[in-house]
Each structure stands twice: as structure tokens, then as C-alpha cells.
Design a protein around this ligand. Structure first.
Ligand code: CMC
Length: 431
């Protein structure tokens, strides 16, 4: 915690209270209200945490007004352009860019952990074939705590390390298995001679009947999608992981909680919802109808892939994703893809509409990712699993950071109670 010189004075009736203000290395000052209830007997009220910092962190910084995203200080566009996913994983986990030897060792460790316990296959067989892959992944990741007992002791730093490596390594295998299961194809084992992204593509798309050649440009695009989703500070799923972890739950249970939260359409589920929306729109001439619906307060419809709690200028991930979409579609010879035409026109129309400009609603990372993933051959149901596998390192890094903070406590918000006050129970015959 930074030393604090500044304070704020809160006056309630005729009493004043001094509250410390902490200055971060970047971003707005933070008012420390931890002793407020003890001193003044009041709670603060902030549903949706729009003004609340829930923890200290040194991992990721976002300036939503300027559209800046930094991991350990490095801008996301530099990482997406010059680095690759496993190096970004190392950076997020350990706080610095690895040397060549450190990176090689880390990549070897992750590669050697990609297989899952053979008996876990039985779990998959328990699901219906038409299950959503996210439903399978939530269950299977949670069930890892039933297999990997030697990495569930959160008080042992070595076990925490092994759990981190296992989760980052096994997520692609489990996500690919969930996909293979739902399409009725045999599982494809990971291969140690392939890089992380190529391995995932192969585990998803190879079939025993023929050789599968990984296209290096598609592998690079896949890797970039992983990198762009790697972490995003205290978003809903990360906060869920931290809250689950605050009770001392094991790492596999915590990450399963994060995956469950990510699934919602306001968060990671938006990539699937966005592509389905673009398909429903179908042709550019129907865009005005959907824009009108998004603006109608009586209609729950929202433009999926638009808006963000923090970004109020642009989402820097979306900028890189849009370039990547152009490259991938060009490579695949589908640059006149009708969905891309609808997406581009929808973006143009929305950005020139005062409703979206006034509310500072811009395309977010999910707006273009689905177009790339679909062009690569993924069904929409795999979009959110790909987000989940990419974000696993972010969840894990935040989880490790929380556990190594000696001041961490169980997360336990209070409430503004508006229900009945105490009253006597009435027997059923008197109601
Ligand atoms: N379409 C139409 N109107 C919108 C949209 C949208 N996509 N997003 C926000 N608004 C309006 C909203 O109706 C509200 O209007 P008013 O002030 O008149 O009531 C105003 O903008 C502010 O919206 P909010 O819901 O209070 O904002 P929030 O910060 O709580 O929600 C959000 C952020 C991302 C959940 C929301 O913008 C949304 O639902 N977007 C669509 C889903 C989506 O694309 N989610 C992916 C987020 S990025 C990936 C990730 O990291 O999860």
C-alpha cells in the first residue's frame, strides 16, 4: 500500500471523519474507506462497483478514457505485435519479460503439462453431446481438484506454482476435448513439438483419417487472440475468482467460478452473442432496424460487441482484432465475407449515431473476434471457451497475487437493506 499524505474529510451531521487517500502509480487517487464503518457507523453503496477498487494490483492497468491497456507496463499493441502468448503468460505471472532461457524453460514446463489424466475422459462421456462446451469446461475444470490433489494446498507456494502451470497447460486440451465431444469426433492428444496455439488448432481440427497441417498464419492469429484476452484487471470474472479464492477455496474451484461468470453475454459470452447478432442482421439494409431496437428503452436488445464499463474512447484490443480480421479473411480468401461487411457497416452507422457517441459506446474486443474465429472454422459455441482459455492466465496471476498479499481477507460486502424489519411468525392457518 502506498504511503498516504492526502486525506478527505467526510462530514455526517456534526461529526467529521478523515479518510486516507492513496496515490497509485497510474490512474485516479483511491479513497480508503476500510475504517469507515468502525469510525462512522455507515456503509458505502456502490452496486456494480462503478467507483470501488477491490484490491491492490501490479498486473494490469487500463486507462479507459485514453483507450490504454498495459500488462506489467507494456502496451497491449506492442505485446500483440512483438510478443506471443506464452511470453505474455510469463510476464503476467512473474512480472517481467523472461530471458531466452527462462522462456524456454517455461514453454517446456507448460508443454509437458498439456495432457489430462486419462480417467477425466469419463467425465466428458457423462455430458450430453449437445451440451454447450462452456458447460462442460466449467464442470471439468472444477473437477480437476478431484485429480490433482498435489496442487490444491494454497498455502504451499510450490503447489500454487504447479496448479498455475497445470491450468494454463490443460485449458486448451480441455476446451478442445469439449469441442470434439460435442461434434462426436475422437479426442486428439496434445503434441509436444507444437507451439501452444498450433497445438490447440490441431486438437480442435485434426481427425485420425488424415494428416493435419497447421497453417502458421492461422496459428499466429490464434496466438494473437489468446494474447488480446490474457488479462483485463478486475473485470467480473476476475473479481469472481478473487472472491472465491478469498475463502481459501482451491485453485481449480476458483477458476471454475471465473469460467462460470465469464459465460454471461454481458462479459465473455458477448463474442458468441455478437456473431449470432450479425448473422441475424444478415444484410446491411437491416442495420437501421437493429440500431433502432438498441436505442429503444422498452426493448432489452443491445448491440452486442458494443460498450464497455471502463473504455470510453476505444478498446485497444478491438483495434488489433480488426486488423487481424482483415489479415485472416484475406489469407482465407473470404475478404468479401458478408458478416464482415455487416460488421463494418454496423460499426460505421453506430459510430455516426449520436446515441452511441453520447453514451461513449464503441466496438469492444468481442466485436471482431467472432468473425476471425468463424473464418477459422470454429462454431459460435467455441468462442467463449476460447476467451476462457486465454483468460486463464489472467485469473491465475490475479489469484497468485491475492494469495501472496499478507493483508488479504475474505471478501464480504455489506448491503443497503430495504426489506421488512423484525416481525412475528404467523401460523399457517392465520395467513
Ligand atoms: N447497446 C445499446 N445501448 C447500450 C449498450 C449496447 N451495447 N451498452 C450500453 N448501452 C447503454 C445503456 O442502455 C445505458 O443507457 P442509459 O444510460 O440511457 O440507461 C448506457 O449505455 C450505459 O450502459 P450500462 O449498462 O449502464 O453500462 P455498463 O458499464 O454497466 O455495461 C456493458 C457495460 C459491456 C455490460 C454494456 O455496454 C453491454 O451490455 N454491452 C454489450 C455486451 C458486450 O459487448 N459485452 C462485452 C464487453 S467487452 C469483453 C469483456 O471484457 O467482457
Amino acid at each position: 500500500m502506498s504511503d498516504t499524505q492526502k486525506t478527505a474529510t467526510l462530514t455526517i451531521d456534526d461529526k467529521s471523519f478523515e479518510l486516507p487517500i492513496h496515490s497509485p502509480t497510474a490512474g485516479p487517487d483511491v479513497l480508503d474507506i476500510r475504517k469507515l464503518y468502525g469510525q462512522a457507523g455507515v456503509f458505502t453503496y456502490d452496486p456494480g462497483f462503478t467507483s470501488t477498487a477491490s484490491c491492490e494490483s501490479t498486473i494490469t492497468y487500463i486507462d479507459g478514457e485514453e483507450g490504454i491497456l498495459l500488462h506489467r507496463g507494456y502496451p497491449i499493441d506492442q505485446l500483440a505485435g512483438k510478443s506471443h502468448y506464452l511470453e505474455v503468460c510469463f510476464l503476467l505471472l512473474y512480472g517481467y519479460l523472461p530471458t531466452a532461457t527462462e522462456l524456454e524453460n517455461f514453454e517446456t514446463t507448460i508443454t509437458r503439462h498439456t495432457m489430462v489424466h486419462e480417467q477425466m475422459i469419463n467425465f466428458f462421456r457423462g455430458f450430453r453431446r449437445d451440451a454447450h462446451p462452456m458447460a462442460i469446461i466449467v464442470g471439468v475444470i472444477g473437477a480437476m481438484s478431484a485429480f490433482y490433489h498435489d496442487s490444491t494446498d494454497i498455502n504451499d507456494p510450490r503447489q500454487r506454482e504447479v496448479a498455475s502451470h497445470r491450468l494454463i497447460a490443460k485449458m486448451p486440451t480441455i476446451a478442445a476435448m469439449a469441442y470434439k465431444y460435442t461434434v462426436g469426433q475422437p479426442f486428439v492428444y496434445p503434441r509436444n513439438d507444437l507451439d501452444y496455439a498450433s497445438n490447440f488448432l490441431r486438437m480442435c481440427f485434426a481427425v485420425p483419417a488424415e494428416e493435419y497441417e497447421v497453417n502458421p498464419i492461422l496459428a499466429r492469429a490464434m496466438d494473437r487472440i489468446f494474447t488480446l484476452h490474457a488479462d483485463h484487471e478486475q473485470n467480473a470474472s476476475t473479481s469472481t475468482v478473487r472472491l472465491a479464492s478469498s475463502s481459501g477455496a482451491n485453485p481449480f474451484a476458483c477458476i471454475a467460478a471465473g469460467i462460470a461468470c465469464l459465460w454471461g453475454p454481458a462479459h465473455g459470452g458477448a463474442n458468441q452473442a455478437c456473431l449470432e447478432m450479425l448473422k441475424e442482421i444478415g444484410t446491411p439494409d437491416r442495420i437501421p432496424e437493429f440500431i433502432a431496437r438498441a436505442k429503444d428503452k422498452e426493448d432489452p436488445f443491445r448491440l452486442m460487441g458494443f460498450g464497455h464499463r471502463v473504455y470510453k474512447n476505444h478498446d485497444p484490443r478491438a483495434t488489433v482484432m480488426k486488423q487481424s480480421a482483415d489479415e485472416v479473411l484475406d489469407l482465407l480468401g473470404v475478404e468479401d465475407n458478408p458478416l464482415l461487411q455487416v460488421a463494418k457497416e454496423l460499426e460505421r452507422v453506430a459510430l455516426s449515431d449520436p446515441y452511441f457517441a453520447d453514451k461513449k459506446l464503441f466496438p469492444n474486443v468481442d466485436f471482431y473476434s467472432g468473425i476471425i474465429l468463424e473464418a477459422m472454422g470454429f462454431p459460435t459455441s467455441m468462442f467463449t471457451p476460447i476467451f476462457a482459455l486465454s483468460r486463464t492466465v489472467g485469473w491465475i496471476s490475479q489469484w497468485k497475487e491475492q494469495l501472496s498479499d499478507p493483508a488479504h481477507k475474505i471478501g464480504r460486502p455489506r448491503q443497503l437493506y430495504l426489506g421488512e424489519t423484525e416481525r412475528d411468525y404467523s401460523d399457517i392457518e392465520n395467513r
